[in-house]
Design a protein around this ligand. Structure first.
Ligand code: PLP
Length: 453
């Protein structure tokens, strides 16, 4: 095929034109067709390429699988890669789920969340409790991008366009200590943000509530904010007492990203259902998983009604082979531990930027999932006017200097607030983290000059 950069017929994620063409990638670096090199500080968009780019063992595993079979119709067949991957997941699942769960394989994070909610719904139908359908989520939490899930997540700007088209599920305030929605301080707050779940269950009616969904570390909607210590213990207790299933959205936080195989392990809590994707195959092929406790699947199985979330591309053998090889790479290179240790190093460097720059109000994160938040005034935490588009300008300043990051906005009640995610591949070294920070400093200097008169 002759190479051409006529982009007229392609729709991109923004209207910036022409879009940069990435020609190849290796380790933490991306290379475009003009010979420019970028540090992939987002590991894809975002927290995808955990093992780094160009890992040959993953490519070869997919190639070997392709030679055997690329597609086996999931309504009639399974394949060896699906069986092996589901077993690996059961062996690594957190807490009480370990060896005590089954996995449904899909293609995207949205799909995994949608399927998790279907599991919860089908479970309560199986239990003879058909009134239970409501899913409680949190404001400034993100769970995916189809129209149904837009009614569940709490990322205001991503819901707006579809508002008349979805079922609007209830939301409780986020666990966001930097801007506590209750103007309280941890631990004196006694985790009011978690206790709000019980208030919402009371108001909605326990007989109507099927599930509560939350990200252990909020990604796109808050810019890498981990829940405070104790938060998920309170959530677990409420869900147990009120007959509500707890869905952990580990689309971002799974697969070693935050220093554990699954982020929720950081709180020592076992969810009922886990939705995960992104880092699962490190982006080498589309794949996602819905993992639920054995008792939940068994209750559904007892009804003899199959699980009703089927899509054509479920359990794709080539994707499964990629995920298995990526899993082994993480294990063989000790990347879960490296994520924790080098993530702490990265976060310390980002906290240095808070001291150094007037416009950086906060740095936060867990493992190799970090973020900074921009503020107009550090004392009052006043955000910038959203019209200034601070986070997307910063994203571009970094890109122009050879660093790709992931911008986010809306941490202030969905209408203001600028953040940027810094989530490089887990294979990044400390020297490379220093390079990344130098580019961030340079870009911050330029942006601060424009914003602060
Ligand atoms: C926490 C979380 N859940 C779900 C999704 C949806 O995943 P996908 O974009 O693969 O559909 C995302 C995407 O960013 C996410 O961050």
């Amino acid at each position: 095929m002759e190479e051409s950069n006529d982009q007229r017929y392609a729709v991109h994620r923004s209207w910036r034109s022409p879009f940069t063409v990435i020609e190849r990638a290796e380790g933490i670096y991306l290379y475009d067709d003009q010979g420019n090199r970028y540090i992939d500080g987002a590991a894809g968009s975002s927290v995808v390429v955990n093992i780094g780019h160009g890992v040959q063992s993953v490519v070869e595993a997919m190639y070997e699988q392709s030679k055997k079979v690329c597609f086996a119709a999931p309504h009639l067949f399974t394949n060896q890669a699906q069986i092996e991957l589901s077993t690996l997941i059961a062996e690594r699942a957190p807490g009480e789920m370990r060896g005590n769960c089954r996995t449904w394989l899909g293609t995207t994070g949205t799909d995994a969340v949608d399927s998790s909610i279907r599991v919860a719904r089908q479970y309560f139908l199986a239990k003879g409790q058909p009134s239970k359908y409501v899913v409680i989520a949190r404001w400034q939490g993100f769970h995916g991008n189809n129209i149904f899930v837009s009614g569940v997540h709490g990322h205001s700007s991503r819901r707006k366009s579809y508002f008349p088209m979805f079922v609007n599920m209830p939301h409780i305030p986020p666990a966001y200590c930097y801007r506590c929605p209750f103007e309280l301080t941890y631990p004196g707050c006694r985790l009011k943000c978690a206790r709000e779940l019980e208030t919402m269950i009371n108001q909605t009616g326990e007989e109507n509530v099927a599930a509560f969904i939350a990200e252990p570390v909020v990604g796109a909607a808050l810019g890498a904010v981990p829940a405070p210590e104790g938060y998920f213990e309170v959530i677990r207790d409420i869900c147990d007492r009120r007959n509500v299933l707890f869905i952990a959205d580990e689309v971002m936080t799974g697969w070693g990203r935050v220093g554990h195989w699954f982020g929720i392990e950081g709180w020592g809590v076992t969810p009922d259902i886990i939705a995960t994707a992104k880092g699962m195959s490190s982006g080498y092929a589309p794949i996602a998983a819905t993992i639920a406790r054995e008792a939940i699947w068994q209750a559904i199985q007892d009804t003899k009604v199959p699980f009703l979330a089927g899509h054509t591309m479920n359990q794709n053998p080539v994707s499964c082979a990629g995920a298995i090889a990526a899993f082994h790479y993480v294990e063989e290179h000790d990347l879960v531990r490296k994520s924790e240790e080098n993530g702490a190093f990265l976060l310390a460097r980002l906290k240095g930027l808070v001291d150094e720059f007037e416009i950086v109000g906060d740095a936060r994160g867990m493992g190799m999932m970090c973020g900074i938040e921009f503020v107009k005034d550090k004392e009052t935490k006043e955000p910038f006017d959203p019209k200034l588009k601070v986070s997307s300008r910063y994203e571009l300043e970094c890109l122009n200097r050879g660093l790709s990051l992931f911008m986010c906005s809306g941490c202030v009640e969905g209408v203001a607030g600028d953040m940027i995610l810094i989530t490089p591949p887990l294979v990044i070294t400390r020297e490379q983290i220093d390079d990344l920070i130098r580019i961030m400093q340079d870009a911050l200097q330029a942006l601060q000059k424009e914003l602060v008169q």
